[in-house]
Design a protein around this ligand. Structure first.
Ligand code: PLP
Length: 391
């Protein structure tokens, strides 16, 4: 009797019955605003490569040069035999970008969140997180053993109520939030959250996965956009979205980084970031300042689409993520499929990932105005048909 497969078959059947079953799609072209997917050429509105740096000649050249000089693998963890001067250079650049004393790179953004949260708080502590936080923040909370409570999305009054009722029963308190919410595109009210953190002696951890490269001067992120105080602030992010590479980081005080190097298991017990990924991220950060027009285009693209689509059909967004409301999961799927037939890759995001269905457009600096106009041309009739025939 094959217990394992029997258990898993049963679970998979449940997943399929709930229409939650998921499968990979093969992309057969380099990253960009036009991709080949399952034999079709589509205009791509599903990439996190917001600035178009994942295929930039300078970024590719830096990665290739690093491989030629240093090989493909780092052969050890940072504290044993994996540390290279490239890591120091990247961490210095990240600290400059984030205006912090120091930074530390992890093998992914997911690990950076697990590693930072579980190091800073433990079983005697409290974590208050936005209900829409990324999976890595939620699982970081679980890993830490702290008591985790969610406040309603963006709801400062609810956050304050939880602080009032519970803060004094715990040793430390960490508030966690995405800066740009990955499935919605809206921003967390960071200055107000920081004021509450200050008032209740809590520390704020902000995940800039979708803010870095997209907000603030030179794409420094939402923290820079709002001009947040860097004290009692932990900035986490990824190298794998607007920076076009792979890896994650934590930026903050020298003391925080020194502590993580001694207490963050997901950093200590994993192999150091590869030379290619490290060099690519360095080149991408340099490009933020060298080619600021990329961010200007990206912002323009969002504002243009917002000006052209009915405001009532859109979720609020100040980022590269723009979501269109869909009345039901089946209609979200049908519109995504219709757009795909017309040459556009626009994913439908449905429960249980999000509470309400939507089409999620990820914009890129390298989209052309003509591509946006083509999208609108095909999207408008589909949206009007929805309104005439609501289900
Ligand atoms: C993508 C993402 C991460 C994880 O980053 P990776 O480098 O891909 O592991 C963490 N937080 C948020 C909000 C994300 O969107």
């Amino acid at each position: 009797m094959d217990n394992l497969d029997a258990w898993l078959r049963k679970s998979l059947d449940t997943i399929k019955k709930a229409h939650w079953y998921r499968q990979v799609k093969t992309i057969a072209s380099p990253p960009g605003p036009v991709i080949q997917i399952q034999g079709k050429t589509l205009i791509n509105f599903a990439s996190n490569d917001y600035l178009g740096l994942a295929h930039h000649p300078q970024v590719r050249a830096a990665a290739i040069a690093a491989i030629e000089a240093q090989g493909t693998g780092t052969t050890g963890s940072r504290l044993v035999s994996g540390h290279r001067s490239l890591h120091d250079r990247l961490e210095t650049k990240l600290a400059q970008l984030k205006q912090t004393e120091a930074a530390l790179v992890y093998s992914s953004g997911y690990l950076a969140n697990l590693g930072a949260i579980a190091a800073v708080v433990g079983p005697r502590d409290l974590i208050l997180g936005d209900a829409y936080n990324h999976s890595s923040l939620k699982n970081g909370g679980k890993l830490s053993g702290a008591t985790c409570m969610d406040y309603r999305h963006g709801d400062l009054a609810h956050l304050e109520m939880l602080l009032q009722s519970h803060r004094s029963s715990y040793r430390r308190c960490l508030i966690t939030t995405d800066s740009v919410f990955s499935m919605d595109g809206d921003l967390a009210p960071l200055p107000q959250i920081q004021a509450l953190a200050q008032q209740y002696e809590a520390v704020l951890l902000v995940d800039e996965a979708h803010g870095t490269g997209v907000l603030g001067k030179n794409g420094a992120g939402a923290v820079a956009h709002y001009g947040c105080d860097r004290t009692n602030l932990i900035q986490v992010g990824t190298l794998s979205k607007a920076l076009g590479s792979l890896g994650g980081y934590v930026a903050g005080s020298q003391t925080l980084i020194e502590f993580l190097k001694n207490r963050s298991a997901p950093w200590i017990y994993t192999t150091a970031l590869s030379p290619a990924d490290t060099a690519a991220a360095i080149a991408a950060i340099d490009l933020l300042a060298q080619e600021p027009q990329r961010l200007t285009h990206l912002t323009h693209h969002r504002e243009y689409l917002q000006s052209q689509l009915p405001p009532s059909s859109l979720f609020p967004s100040d980022s590269a993520i723009l979501c269109i409301k869909m009345p039901s999961p089946s209609q979200a799927l049908a519109l995504s499929q219709a757009l795909q037939n017309q040459g556009f890759f626009v994913p439908a995001i449905r429960p249980p990932t999000v509470p309400t269905s939507r089409l999620r457009l990820s914009l890129m600096a390298t989209h052309t105005q003509a591509q946006l106009e083509q999208l609108l041309h095909h999207l408008r009739p589909l949206l009007s048909a929805l309104n005439e025939d609501p289900v």
